[in-house]
Ligand binder design. Structure first.
Ligand code: KMH
Ligand code: ZN
Length: 273
C-alpha cells in the first residue's frame, strides 16, 4: 500500500453554524485549540476559513492573521487559507489575506451549484486568484467539485499556468455538484496529470466512506466540520480531532500511517514551518 497519509482538517468552513455544531471554533484561541488537537491526532494540513466572533464568515486579513498566529504558536501544521470563502463574497475579499503568505491556498477551478446557491469561479476569478497565489509564492490546492473543473485543470496545465506536481482535492457530494461515489473518485483520480497527488473531501454522510476509499486507493483525506458535523447518524462529532482519529484508525488497519509533518510538507512542496 502506498505511503504516508496526509490528513487535512477543515475545522471551520463558511456555512456551518454553532446551532448545528456547538463545538464549531470561532475565536482565535478556540481555532488554535481545535487545530492543535487535530494535529496531535494525525492531521498535517489545516484548511482555514475566517469567522467573526458572531460566526459571520469573513476572509478578512486581520481575522486570518489572528488565526494563523494562534495556530502557529501551538503546532507546525501546514496552513492552507481558503480562497473560496463563502458564497457571494467578491474576489478581493476572498484573497486579501494571501499577502500573509500561508503555506497553501485553495483554488477552485470553476463555477458550480452549491445547494440552493451558486459558487462563482468564472475564468477571470480563477486567473485573479491564481495570479495572487503565484505572486506570494503560495502552493495551490486545486479544488474540484465537478467534471467541468477537471477540464479547466487540463487547460491551465496545457497553458503552463499550472504544473505538476500539484495537489488536487476532490470535494464530492455537494448538492448540485459531483456525487460522492466510488465511480466518481476512481475517474477523478485517473484524470489528473501524472505526478500530481490528490485528496477527497466527502460531504456529510459521505465523509467516512470517501475517506476509506481514498485510503485504499493511495490518495489522501480531508475531514472536519466544514464538510460534516456528525460522527455517525444522529450523533454529532465531539471535535474535529475525533474525526481525524477515526481516519487514522482506518488507515492503520489497511497498512498506512499518517504522514509526519515533514513528510506532508515534502509531499505538498511547502517549506519548513
Ligand atoms: N464555502 C464554499 C462556498 C474553499 O474553501 O476553497 C467554498 C469553499 C471552497 O469552502
Ligand atoms: Zn473551504
Amino acid at each position: 500500500m502506498s505511503g504516508e497519509l496526509v490528513i487535512t482538517v477543515a475545522a471551520i468552513g463558511a456555512e456551518v453554524t454553532r446551532e448545528t455544531q456547538p463545538s464549531l471554533p470561532l475565536l482565535p484561541e478556540e481555532v488554535a485549540e481545535e487545530y492543535a488537537r487535530a494535529y496531535d491526532a494525525g492531521a498535517t494540513v489545516a484548511h482555514l476559513h475566517g469567522r467573526r466572533p458572531d460566526g459571520t464568515p469573513t476572509q478578512d486579513r486581520e481575522t486570518l492573521r489572528a488565526y494563523s498566529e494562534a495556530i502557529r504558536a501551538r503546532c507546525p501544521i501546514v496552513q492552507q487559507f481558503s480562497t473560496g470563502g463563502a458564497v457571494g463574497m467578491n474576489v478581493e475579499e476572498r484573497i486579501e489575506a494571501l499577502d500573509l503568505r500561508p503555506d497553501m491556498a485553495t483554488l477552485t477551478l470553476g463555477t458550480c451549484n452549491f445547494g440552493e446557491d451558486v459558487f462563482e469561479n468564472a475564468l477571470p476569478t480563477i486567473r485573479t486568484i491564481l495570479e495572487r497565489i503565484r505572486r506570494h509564492g503560495i502552493v495551490p490546492e486545486l479544488e474540484i467539485f465537478d467534471d467541468a473543473m477537471l477540464a479547466t485543470a487540463d487547460v491551465l496545465f496545457a497553458k503552463g499556468l499550472l504544473a505538476a506536481p500539484a495537489h488536487f482535492d476532490f470535494v464530492l457530494g455537494v448538492p448540485g455538484a459531483a456525487p460522492a461515489t466510488a465511480e466518481t473518485l476512481v475517474r477523478y483520480a485517473r484524470a489528473i496529470p501524472r505526478g500530481c497527488t490528490w485528496s477527497v473531501a466527502g460531504i456529510g454522510r459521505h465523509q467516512t466512506p470517501m475517506a476509506a476509499l481514498a485510503i485504499a486507493m493511495g490518495g489522501h483525506v480531508r475531514v472536519g466540520f466544514e464538510d460534516n458535523v456528525f460522527y455517525r447518524k444522529g450523533e454529532l462529532a465531539a471535535s474535529n480531532a475525533q474525526l481525524v482519529e477515526r481516519v487514522v484508525r482506518i488507515a492503520r488497519e489497511v497498512g498506512r500511517e499518517p504522514a509526519t509533518i515533514e513528510e506532508a510538507r515534502t509531499m505538498l512542496g511547502v517549506g519548513a514551518a
